[in-house]
Design a protein around this ligand. Structure first.
Ligand code: SF4
Length: 327
């Protein structure tokens, strides 16, 4: 029987978010500061062999869901090689990728063939000028990437929209219609005070309960369900296939059912998005730790996992940017 990883609060850890880079080809103002250059140095990046060893160890401990993220994972060279190695690991049952889709048109086919099953794509607006203002990038690249992913057979494709007051909250209905038209799943996300950028964006915070009520005036929303190990609470547009997820870390947190940990590009295991509790695996990996010792270290590290985030009580607590662990 596969052992399971449990934290001090009795929560079963079955999901690991793997950040393969802290770099990105966009600069979303609520995530990474413009002109930021203090990235992790390449010699500290876990190699593909080291990543495979860690994910295999987690797999043997019953963690069978793996999400590859960044920064932007597609800026890491040879990423499709890594995803096909991870999808071949015995313990990995669900391999997904979070991306900003800027390079997705180029990689969709090879990622799909290499075992990536699901995609989450960040998209906060459908207006090219507003997209440029939020991300410093080009919207058409993202739309091209989405259409290529659809053509490659990815399903579901989930759209993640960070809803911000006075920035894009006037577009939620348009985004619903866009997802209805293309058969995408839509998730709305509240801003979180991660790093200075996240804290600055707190002025644009909007409680998603308000957005849900607004959408109920226009769409017949009924309770919905979607596969995946994430925190979204879903509603469905009646008579359609469209599921709309609400990810509400601020207004209605989901920590009591937390099932995940995060591995950053330099091999640091973060126990919680909203806290700094962590455990360094890289020194152990580079000092010849055995597979069974690695499993024992992971089990020991779970004791560090905190009960919940304190975004509301201590908004200044988390210094690192979202891009360092990939949401
Ligand atoms: S904030 Fe921390 S405890 Fe809460 S769901 Fe996220 S990772 Fe889990």
């Amino acid at each position: 029987m596969t052992p399971t990883l449990t934290d001090p609060f009795g929560r079963h850890i079955e999901y690991i978010r793997l950040s393969v880079t802290d770099r990105c080809d966009l600069r979303c103002f609520y995530c990474m500061p413009e002109g930021f250059t203090d990235f992790e140095t390449p010699e500290h990046w876990l190699t593909f062999d080291e990543i495979e060893r860690v994910i295999a160890a987690f797999g043997r401990l019953g963690v069978n869901r793996v999400r590859v993220t960044g920064g932007e994972p597609l800026v890491r060279k040879e990423l499709p090689q890594l995803t096909s190695r991870l999808s071949a690991l015995p313990g990995v049952e669900d391999l997904s990728l979070s991306t900003n889709a800027v390079q997705l048109a180029k990689y969709s086919e090879v990622l799909r063939r290499g075992g990536v099953q699901r995609l989450n794509v960040s998209l906060d607006t459908l207006k090219p000028e507003r997209f440029k203002a939020i991300t410093k990038g080009k919207l058409e690249k993202v739309i091209e990437g989405l259409m290529a992913a659809k053509a490659a057979g990815f399903n579901p494709i989930k759209i993640n929209m960070v809803v911000m007051k006075g920035v894009n909250d006037d577009e939620v209905e348009k985004m619903v219609d866009f997802c209805l038209k293309h058969g995408f799943t839509l998730r709305f996300i509240e801003t979180m005070p991660m790093g200075d950028t996240g804290r600055n964006a707190s002025d644009q915070y909007i409680d998603l309960q308000i957005i849900k009520k607004r959408l109920m005036q226009r769409y017949d929303l009924v309770p919905g369900v979607m596969p995946g190990g994430g925190p979204a609470r879903y509603m469905k547009v009646a008579g359609t296939d469209l599921n709309i997820g609400f990810i509400t870390p601020m207004s209605q947190h989901f920590c009591e059912t937390c099932n995940r940990v995060r591995l950053s590009v330099d091999g640091t295991l973060y126990m919680c998005l909203g806290q700094d509790h962590n455990f360094e695996l890289r020194p152990l990996l580079r000092n010849g730790i055995s597979d069974s010792e690695l499993e024992a270290a992971i089990i020991k590290a779970m004791a560090l996992k905190p009960e919940r985030h304190e975004f509301s009580d201590k908004p200044g607590q988390v210094v690192r940017f979202m891009s360092m662990t990939g949401g």
